[in-house]
Design a binder for this molecule. Structure first.
Ligand code: GLC
Length: 740
């Protein structure tokens, strides 16, 4: 039984077949061709070379962006008119989309509409926290709500497909794209995947405020060796199936409309041409019936992978494997006609890919209403409701990592603020900020200003720059407390942003040390797109806030936490190492025969602590929660855990109850802890609640050495509490009834 990503009526199926019967081979190939507007003129050299100059530091970011502004963009109108393009990526602006759509519908021979795709990963114009930040809310409803608003704004801009959610589990913070996903845990990433697909697609992607989602990058892109982007991923099939595939299966079960394959090779096979992934698993086992898009240029990159001789072979292998849409490589357009003429590709294979693309377009309602209202967008971008949600999402994504009692800030304090990132609006948007505009974001200084709190500000230190002690002393001399902004620019995480040193860049740490020497109490606020190895900042700061890149309302969300209007509730979804050299580092590792301990001959580094800087699930609050009376009972389809949680502080807050399991014995080694359920609970001061969490019985399945799916059995340790180091424990014999 196929998992219906979207439904296409019998009548629509007939129309599709009628269209295919009319289409020439060129027109069929055109439907499989996805391109972006390309810059012409404006550059005396190609855009690729210009980008290289930027990367090599030969031109500044400002110079590059200024050149880009002046460039004309070729939207390939004649190719659309002649049916050579089926969809666009990166077309920005509803007027442009309608203009191109008019050419396709009114001026091409068959009038097949285009669809427009864009990376609407965490908002279109109202920008929400980067996914890694938002995942720290552990709030599935929030995951869905922000995707819902992103879809509304995207659809109003003519975008009917987003290249999101990115659901690559990642255990290595050196990989810049950890910013785009939900962190290191498979279960949380699976919940994130389902919520995002619901939020983007709703129950009908034809609605004018819904868009198709795209599960990416299929698969194991986040396991790039060394955390180096685009690098190989190499793992056992057991790890692939237990750690990296489940979020994608969740996306299929949630009805995701499309998939995107990943750049990397997996166990020696490029994902772009993997029949194991695209046919055996995606089509045959999971029964996915949506469309598959390659990543940008990836089909052409098969030559570099060394698995094809030329672009023609690349096109044939990709189509044969099940890539329906060629993003940006032009391999399909330039080669498939000859492949059909030489019978290297059958016309039926071509038709099958075209069928899936046309089904997607019918499901998107593009044949019935191909154009977008050009006025609705401006009214909704950054409207009050969307902005409020951005602020709420920001609050919930903040993780309080240290607090010696200095927070929340008392009123009437003389506050000094230092650090470049306190005053930079566009850096708040983070990576993949779609059509977000830097000048529309609220930076930290804006946050103070919106509260009519005057602060003294000095930049003192740029992210990659030198530290100006004189400016620092000037800024803080009359201050009671200092807020120090440190971290990364938005483009230091995301694609092509791997780092081998994930400490604080430049002389930012020097600035913090100087604050310590000056004896001023200070709160360090970190703006970053990945876990950072910042043990010194943790040691010398009075308080430390992880503020990620929170999007349009960053400054307000942070001030809400600083001044106690919001009691921080975020919990880390990626482990923070003490040192870059500890990566990859993650909580759900196996025991080994010599578990990490003080003993010399145990699994550890001699020059690093035995525990991470901050573990998965960690996060402080302005109050304190206690847990008691933890029991687990076996039920019909799984297990039900119960625990009593109490707020023993004086401030109301939201606790994220986390339930972990450890199988004491199995045919293969199992993780020392695995998140199996979580639930948020709001508690007033002194209030306690009985919280129930359900674990599906299949959550204990794993693969044996022969890749047989095994039902976990025997004694299982369960831990419940505040983070992955929770000590409140009970043991259950799976299949052995209840125990308390
Ligand atoms: C990029 C990314 C992918 C994105 C695509 C289109 O290279 O790998 O995540 O969706 O190109 O922008």
């Amino acid at each position: 039984m196929e998992k219906l990503s979207f439904t296409v009526s019998t009548d629509q199926e007939k129309k599709i077949e009628a269209l295919i019967a009319k289409m020439t081979v060129d027109e069929k190939i055109g439907q499989l061709n996805q391109v972006g507007p390309s810059p012409v003129g404006g550059f005396e050299i190609s855009l690729k070379e210009k980008k290289l100059m930027l990367k090599e530091g030969k031109i500044t970011k400002e110079e590059f962006e200024r050149d880009l502004e002046g460039v004309q963009w070729d939207t390939r109108e004649s190719d659309v008119r002649s049916g050579k393009i089926g969809s666009f990526l990166g077309m920005r602006g509803v007027e442009k989309c309608n203009h191109m759509q008019h050419i396709a519908v009114e001026e091409s021979r068959l009038g097949i509409p285009l669809f427009f795709g864009l990376d609407v990963v965490h908002g279109l114009r109202t920008i929400f926290p980067i996914p890694l930040a938002e995942s720290c809310s552990f709030d599935e409803n929030l995951f869905e709500q922000t995707a819902r608003i992103a879809a509304k704004e995207a659809a109003a801009t003519g975008i009917k497909l987003t290249f999101a959610p990115m659901i690559d589990v990642c255990r290595d913070a050196r990989w810049g794209r950890i910013a785009e996903g939900a962190g290191e845990d498979t279960y949380l990433t699976s919940r994130f995947a389902a919520a995002k697909v619901r939020g983007f697609q709703g129950d009908d992607i034809a609605k004018d405020d819904r868009i198709a989602a795209c599960a990416k990058h299929f698969v194991a892109y986040g396991a790039a060796i060394g955390g180096r982007d685009y690098n190989s991923a190499d793992m056992s099939l057991q790890t692939l199936w237990e750690t990296y595939l489940p979020p994608f299966k969740e996306a299929v079960d949630s009805g995701v409309a499309t998939f995107m394959t990943s750049f990397n090779d997996l166990n020696g096979e490029p994902c772009t041409t993997s029949k194991y992934l695209l046919k055996d698993i995606l089509r045959n086992k999971w029964r996915f019936n949506g469309a598959v898009i390659s990543d940008s240029g990836a089909i052409g990159e098969l030559i570099e992978h060394g698995t094809v001789s030329d672009k023609a072979e690349a096109a044939e292998q990709a189509l044969n494997a099940g890539i329906d849409i060629d993003m940006s490589s032009m391999c399909y357009t330039e080669n498939l006609k000859n492949s059909v003429l030489r019978s290297n590709i059958s016309e039926e294979e071509l038709n099958e890919a075209v069928r899936r693309v046309l089904r997607l377009k019918f499901a998107l309602g593009l044949f019935d209403h191909p154009y977008t209202d050009e006025l609705s967008g401006e009214k909704m971008y950054l409207c009050k409701a969307h902005t409020q949600l951005a602020r709420e999402a920001g609050r919930k994504s903040i993780v309080l990592l240290k607090n010696d009692g200095i927070l929340p800030l008392k009123s009437n304090l003389k506050i000094a603020v230092v650090g470049e990132l306190a005053a930079t609006r566009k850096e708040m948007l983070g990576t993949w900020a779609a059509m977000g505009r830097g000048d529309e974001a609220v930076c930290l200084l804006d946050g103070f200003a919106e509260r009519n709190i005057s602060v003294s500000y000095e930049e003192c230190c740029k992210v990659n720059g030198t530290f100006d002690r004189t400016a620092l002393e000037r800024a803080v001399k009359d201050a009671d407390i200092v807020i120090a902004a440190v971290g990364e620019y938005a483009d230091m995480s995301g694609e092509a942003s791997s780092l081998c040193n994930i400490g604080l860049h430049g002389e930012q740490e020097k600035m913090l040390s100087a604050l310590k020497e000056l004896g001023k109490p200070f709160v360090t606020v970190m703006f970053n797109g990945r876990p950072l190895a910042v043990p010194k900042a943790v040691k010398i700061s009075n308080a430390l806030i992880e503020a990620w890149h929170l999007g349009s309302q960053a400054g307000n969300s942070i001030c809400d936490v600083l001044f106690g209007d919001y009691n921080p509730s975020g919990r880390l979804t990626a482990t923070f190492p003490n040192h870059s050299g500890e990566c990859p580092i993650y909580y759900n590792h196996v025991s080994t025969g010599r578990p990490t301990s003080e003993i010399r001959h145990s699994c550890k580094y001699m020059d690093a602590p035995l525990t991470p800087l901050f573990p998965f699930g960690y996060g402080l609050s302005y109050t304190e929660y206690t847990y008691k009376d933890f029991i687990i009972n076996e039920e019909k389809n799984g297990l039900c855990a119960e625990v009593t949680v109490k707020n023993i502080g004086e401030i109301a807050g939201e606790e994220t109850v986390q339930l972990y399991a450890h199988m004491q014995k199995a045919k293969r080694v199992r993780p020392v802890r695995e998140l199996k359920a979580f639930k948020k609970v709001y508690l007033n001061p002194g209030e306690e609640k009985r919280v129930k969490l359900f674990i599906d019985r299949c959550a204990f399945q794993y693969y044996d050495m022969q890749m047989n799916l095994v039902e976990g059995s025997g004694a299982v340790d369960f831990f419940i509490g505040h983070d992955s180091t929770a000590s409140l424990k009970t043991v259950m014999i799976l299949g052995g009834g209840s125990n308390e």
